[in-house]
Design a protein around this ligand. Sequence first.
Ligand code: ADP
Ligand code: MG
Length: 699
Amino acid sequence: MSACEAGEFGRNVFNEMTMRECLPKNVFKSLKKTLDGEQPLDPVTADVIANAMKDWAIAKGATHFCHWFQPMTGLTAEKHDAFISPRADGRTIMEFSGKELIRGEPDASSFPSGSLRATFEARGYTAWDCTSPVFVKEDGKNTTLYIPCAFCSYTGEALDKKTPLLRSMDALSKQAIRVLRALGDMTATRVTATMGPEQEYFLIDQAFYAKRLDLLLTGRTLFGAKPPRGQELEDHYFGSLHERVATFMSELNRELWKLGVTAKTQHNEVAPAQYELAPVFSTINVAADHNQLTMDTLQKVARRHGFVCLLHEKPFAGVNGSGKHNNWSMCTDTGLNLLDPGETPHDNMVFLVMLCAVVQAVDKYAKVLRASVANAGNEHRLGANEAPPAIVSVFLGEQLTDIFEQLAKGGAKNSKKGGQLKLGSSILPPLPKDSTDRNRTSPFAFTGNKFEFRMVGSSQSISGPSFVLNTIVADTLSDIADVLEKADDPKAAAQKILQDIATKHARIVYNGDNYTEEWVAEAARRGLPNIRSTYEAVMAFPTPEHVALFTKHGVLSQGEMLARTEILLEGYSKQINIEAQTMLNMAKRQILPACCEFAGKLGQSVTAVSGAGVSAEPQKKLLKKVSDLIAAMETKIEALEKAVAKAAGMHGAEKHAQSYHDDVLPAMAALRQTADELETLVEAKLWPLPTYAEMLFMK
Ligand code: ADP
Ligand code: MG
């Protein structure tokens, strides 16, 4: 069957259409009200829904259900329960109640809680997010009903990535509706944040992966000399798909479509062995769930094809790293995309207010945005000679920058037009030309009718950056609504607000090349923060100003923010610690022995060659070089061991993370440099690790 045939897409999803078919009319109506945020789900309705879900899932082969949630690890968690329920008379029936659907009670003690919970305070709850459809997932021979959930502690604090996202959606909707009302929109009742996350990843052959302890334990290569060829030929991006990869992608799409994930775009990315997948955008919490499913499915399907999918932000030094491009906008329940400029943006007041609200939010809260993408992997991308930089700025493009400048002068009178492109051949059609060019280097770019936040790491849950974006925009919209609601003439008041924003926040707008040194200097002159290390980025999260922001909008309490800060810092330290320990292990047990063996061979060669009465000077020279590097490696191993011991001995999450950054990372880089140099000298047959050339180019 062709996967595009109707019926294949969403086959394993208990979506609205299926519910309409399976549920009694009144129950469906009642659920619909809950989905629209009008009323909570009552227990009787929940029982009927649960029963229908169970029957539907069993017909698909499911034996179990699970509450599927997103703890602070950034991954997903699931505990499966069978539907079976033994009766007193010895029979066993298949049962699933409304209570089981709505609430789960997993042990919360083994998930990161950032000191919110002591280990003995174990109770946690999962709660059904009914706006993200339940689905059946097939893993091998196991088929299970998955129920997307939020996860909180016994005391009600969020212990997951989803809860703040859902809270931020409410906050954004509330403030956006206030602004729309003040500007005369009397029909919209809810505004939803929309998200389309583009996902980058690498595929390498499983056989190579199995021989690399670093990939196995840390997801990235900790050693590896630069191959003779990297990405300089610029021939991989959008290149013809390798057949094995194309077959993988085809199966990946089918699996995702079954789960209701709208996988749409696929192509080769910039680095060799790097690829990208993008879905069609959806409501932001559903997009977050689907992105988790995408990452999971990528890894599982890759295995079936003898590949391993690497989601790390920087699996290979010297070639492009992987990120996510989070395309974000806001849409009313009446179907209006609030970031759609229309034909004449200069007189589209709703659009201008929304646009300026985003610009102001990004400038005012650049540090929170930066914190939301801070992790050990992303540190290799942001600000480290790679896209995008660690400096947050906004690309508006020619047309909107022009309007923005007009606004600063008191009001926008016209919009630049795109026109037509003629390509100079009689057979090629004239092309409608966009009013604005693209800018691939900007961390936060306006792209037609949405913003694209490009700093997000490829392995990250998109929930963190998403709830931050929702909240900071909710906050600026709230300030705007405060003024508009009190104004006698809201339109005039709005003009004044736009002028203020265009004047005060012009510094965040940058349309040039974000990768250049000139921009770094220019950004410093403009007073824009340039935060390169993870611990500095994370420490900027729980400042009093930001606590006020998140508590005002009911997204996170101070306690929850401090917990998250601790989890992020400790996560960073743990990650670097594992990397350092893995390096030491590989250096001592794989690389040094191979180098010593090679040195031994050279020594024998020196004896044999000079014994034969020929000069062994070249062999001696090489032996000396190799022996010196072996000695240097020994010294650097010791230095790394000392650095790790120092970092491990630090007290407090911040000091801990800082020492891993300041002491351990440089020691790791030094050790790698020597080992990589040895790789270029030691006989290929003796080298114990698959090389960059093999991993990146052999399929
Ligand atoms: P690009 O502009 O990056 O070339 P696309 O038009 O393919 O690419 O969009 C990239 C992503 O942005 C896709 O996932 C797409 O669904 C998503 N997208 C498009 N419109 C919106 C929107 N209004 N809100 C959120 N995401 C959107
Ligand atoms: Mg894009």
